[in-house]
Design a protein around this ligand. Structure first.
Ligand SMILES: NC(=O)c1ccc[n+]([C@@H]2O[C@H](COP(=O)([O-])OP(=O)(O)OC[C@H]3O[C@@H](n4cnc5c(N)ncnc54)[C@H](OP(=O)(O)O)[C@@H]3O)[C@@H](O)[C@H]2O)c1
Length: 335
């Protein structure tokens, strides 16, 4: 058994875009698990947009990362030593101590996962937090209905790619996505069954959306904010609903962008905008898992994952996520 392990620390807080100088790889002793604890060899870790917010020292829904301490986040792995009856060596598990090659933690902070039909990594993507976010946003925030026209931004990413497919499965008549390259646009239409998609670099969101949804949209699932939110508001039908999930176009900005210039339409069109954080809706997680299992089995829900290899490249994976290098979920393979 290895006696040391490696982890990534935040060494300074980024201003604007993070750089490698903000992080440090640290070799550290791997403690023995005490009673009730397990040792896990982490195999795949998640890098997520919300982690950028936690690198700032500001009060938010998730506590800031501490300086000179390991980062954390979703990860899957294998139990290699157990001092608790609930878990055995060889069990596949997920937990919250990512950004490190091994973790020693209390067994009650670890969830056993079933990898019979899906790889463990699916619990970080389609069956995990991003998938559940798509479901909560569509079902509870936007209250998607039969016949709706739905627009989703960040459509080729972890959350967005699930949103488009779920919208169809939940009865939407037409689903439109925006993404950052022609390859992503082709993927949405050819492989995921979106009715239309466009590259937001090729014209304003407002104009491109109007071409693909000439009668307007009922639901907008916002992953991007900024120009996308403004363009969607312009194209909303009366009584339209917007699930405000994220604003990735702004996370690395040093100063705040001005808000949408067309907020007046929220009144005129009687729109509803609802912001949400998935962890406030854990009551829907089980329901989503059950339904997603069925959709994966019948082929109406597909997923892709993009990997970078090794803890040494985890920061590049995180930065790549913000630059759009991922198709589907961005993950880091640790073994
Ligand atoms: N509210 C919640 O509880 C919750 C939970 C999970 C995630 N989220 C939010 O959901 C959104 C998507 O998260 P995810 O994990 O699924 O990430 P993701 O979509 O897999 O990856 C991020 C994507 O954002 C796109 N992007 C980056 N800069 C952009 C810009 N300026 N304009 C337009 N697109 C840009 C890139 O794709 P392109 O190549 O298309 O640009 C990139 O691939 C994020 O805003 C995240 O914060 C919220």
């Amino acid at each position: 058994m290895t006696s040391t392990t490696r982890e990534i620390h935040l060494s300074s807080r980024p201003t604007g875009w993070p750089t490698h100088e903000n992080f440090r790889i640290v070799e550290t002793a791997l403690p023995k698990p005490t009673a009730g604890q397990v040792t896990i060899r982490n195999t795949v870790m998640s890098v997520d947009p919300y982690m950028r917010g936690r690198m700032n020292d500001v009060k938010s829904y998730a506590a800031p990362f501490a300086l000179d301490a390991p980062l954390d986040g979703g990860v899957v792995g294998e139990v290699i030593e157990s001092n608790d009856d609930s878990l055995r060596v060889g069990d596949s598990v997920m937990h919250g101590l990512g950004w490190r090659e091994h973790a020693v933690l209390d067994a009650n902070r670890v969830r056993k996962i079933d990898t019979t039909d899906v790889p463990a990594s699916a619990y970080l993507s389609v069956l995990g937090m991003p998938g559940t976010t798509a479901y909560v946003g569509l079902v509870r925030m936007a209250e998607v209905k039969e016949g709706d026209t739905v627009f989703v931004s960040g459509a080729a990413g972890a959350v967005g790619s699930v949103v488009g497919q779920l919208a169809k499965n939940l009865g939407a008549a037409r689903v439109i996505g925006s993404a950052g390259s022609p390859e992503k646009v082709a993927y949405l239409i050819d492989e995921l069954g979106f009715d239309a998609a466009f590259d937001y670099h090729e014209g304003t969101v407002s104009k491109q959306l109007a071409v693909h949804a000439p009668d307007g949209i009922d639901v907008y699932f916002d992953n991007v904010g900024g120009d996308h939110l403004e363009g969607a508001i312009t194209n909303m039908r009366e009584f339209g609903r917007i699930a405000v999930c994220g604003a990735i176009s702004q996370y690395n900005n040093e100063t705040a962008d001005p808000g949408p210039r067309n907020m007046g339409l929220i009144v005129a069109r009687r729109l509803t905008l609802r912001g949400f954080i998935v962890s406030d809706h854990n009551d829907l997680a089980k329901e989503y898992l059950a339904r997603a299992g069925g959709w994966l089995a019948d082929g109406s829900l597909k997923f892709k994952e993009t990997y970078v290899d090794g803890l040494d490249n985890a920061v590049d994976g995180f930065l790549g996520l913000h630059r759009g290098n991922n198709l589907g979920k961005m993950l880091v393979r640790l073994v």
